[in-house]
Write a protein that binds this ligand. Structure first.
Ligand code: SF4
Length: 321
């Protein structure tokens, strides 16, 4: 269980407000220390606004930390600090991202081949024959036919777009992939196929994946471990089976309750918190979940709980434990 990427007391704050209004900070990521291990899929689950995308982007050097560090360990175990300025070209290639809507920033009238050729060119693959070979290999891995390469980007279906995006990330031979809500915009049957692709890539190539989603049931099928994020903090993390079968944090319990198709024996264990009603506002002190928590105690309003290991590998930040 070697570590590939580690965050140490990572904080990413954004300023909001401006000249004529009071300035304040959005604490998108607030003191997060986590490890992504070599060859694992870590599901990062939380509602929108919980900071999961910012955390993902910061782990690959697309976003600068306000404080704290992101460390990447190379094959010899040597640590390298990752920031947008410090990351070198070779490491940048190894850390890739797949977005929810991968082609929103690409000219829809571009040929698929060119959309793939470009990043290879910038990564130093100038020979067209070599580029084509790499693109074909990546297409084989995600099960796409080569004819698609001569289509325009706008002609791709949702599922094809996401597969092309995964192929594009794979071409650069990454060690780590941040998949940010990659199946959110797809219908149920396609979700399963993309999840299978990612699982296969993880198993065959040993690529570590940070799988970001707001859907706990999807994280459950794909991840080896699950981390639950709430308002910039990791509130629970552990092996998938333990987090799903024995959710400890009241917020995790609330997330599970929000999915009615879940196993009834699990549902019984759950408490009634309507996740949709949760206000995404960080309280001034104490546990971030306390305004909504049915188990709130005096201590919860005063001090913020730290992550604590409750059973082997299963951590929770809550005073109930
Ligand atoms: Fe609820 Fe207190 Fe646990 Fe926070 S620390 S989740 S308020 S019981």
């Amino acid at each position: 269980n070697e570590i590939l990427i580690e965050t140490r007391n990572l904080k990413v704050y954004f300023q909001k407000g401006g000249l004529f209004s009071k300035k304040s900070f959005v604490k998108a990521v607030d003191d997060v220390t986590i490890q992504i291990r070599k060859g694992e899929i870590l599901g990062l689950v939380g509602e929108s606004g919980s900071g999961k995308t910012t955390l993902g982007r910061t782990t690959i050097g697309l976003q600068a930390p306000t404080s704290g560090q992101v460390i990447y360990y190379d094959s010899k175990g040597t640590p390298h600090e990752i920031t947008p300025k410090k990351i070198n070209k070779d490491i940048r290639r190894k850390l890739q991202m797949v977005y929810q809507d991968p082609f929103s920033s690409i000219d829809p009238y571009m040929k698929v081949y060119d959309a793939l050729r470009q990043p290879l060119y910038y990564a130093g693959v100038k020979d067209p024959a070599e580029a084509t070979e790499i693109i074909h290999k990546a297409f084989d891995e995600v099960g796409l036919p080569y004819d698609l390469l001569s289509n325009f980007v706008f002609q791709l279906s949702g599922g094809q777009r996401q597969r092309v995006a995964i192929a594009r990330a794979l071409m650069l031979n990454p060690e780590y992939l941040v998949a940010d809500e990659p199946v959110t915009m797809l219908d149920a049957s396609l979700k399963g196929l993309i999840v299978d692709d990612l699982r296969k890539i993880n198993a065959e190539r040993g690529i570590s994946i940070l799988f970001i989603t707001h859907e706990l049931p999807i994280a459950k099928v794909i991840s080896h471990r699950i981390a639950i994020m709430y308002l910039g903090k990791i509130v629970e993390i552990g092996p998938t089976k333990k987090v799903i079968e024995n959710p400890l944090h009241p917020y995790t319990q609330a997330l599970l309750q929000a999915y009615p198709r879940l196993d009834p024996s699990l549902r019984d264990k759950m408490i009634k918190v309507n996740v949709r009603e949760l206000e995404l506002v960080v309280p001034k002190s104490g546990c971030r979940f306390h305004p909504r928590c049915p188990f709130v105690m005096d201590r919860c309003r005063a001090e913020e709980p730290a992550l604590k290991e409750v059973e082997p590998g299963h951590f929770v930040a809550c005073y109930l434990y």
